[in-house]
Ligand binder design. Sequence first.
Ligand code: GTP
Ligand code: MG
Length: 208
Amino acid sequence: MKIKISKFVGSAAGKNQYPDDDLPELAIVGRSNVGKSSLINMLLGRRNLVKTSSTPGKTQLINFFSVDGLFRIVDLPGYGFANVSKQVRNSWGKLIGEYLGTRKNLVEVVMLVDIRHKPTQDDIKMIEWIKASGFNGVLAATKGDKLGRQRQRQSCAEISDALGVQGEAITVTSADSRQGKYELWDRFNAIFEEKQLNIHIERQVQCE
Ligand code: GTP
Ligand code: MG
């Protein structure tokens, strides 16, 4: 299928506000400001479906986006932003932890790291959690447009080393150039197939 309708379906500050059905969900996680919301816009070919900001801490709730009524992409708040009060930081931690720890609909976790930065302790904790919870994790490096191709490769090798995932694919993405868009869709398609979900996203031919 080609994506026809992607839409915002709601925000949640706790589990009683999650959509109440059994649609599969792909969750996007990563540090604050890494580019989670921008990546969702890029994947869905929408300029402003998800609000983005150069100020870290933009996404403070869990936001659910439905793709053709078949599955949802879930935009989680960022972790690890030091300049917010401890109370706020903890509540973000709680939102993320509650979602990841309890959500039955979750089929895979897409973890983003900034291609220019060494993964943090929070990133390492996140990948460890993903693996310990039985997910494979889909790893993507954001803001690929900031580096040339050779530096991208170098940086991916350093990131996979730091995360302890040598040999695993890290998809380089860019919300600006749309690098990695279809590679990620292909990885999502493989997940849908593995989970025997009848969902397959085709490349979009129209102008976006
Ligand atoms: P929080 O909601 O605060 O956790 O941030 P986020 O991870 O959702 O990041 P967001 O998508 O809001 O992007 C943060 C900043 O990075 C914005 O200024 C974006 O324009 C910029 N940005 C995101 N992706 C890219 C990219 O691929 N390339 C470039 N050059 N800038 C990007
Ligand atoms: Mg965001």
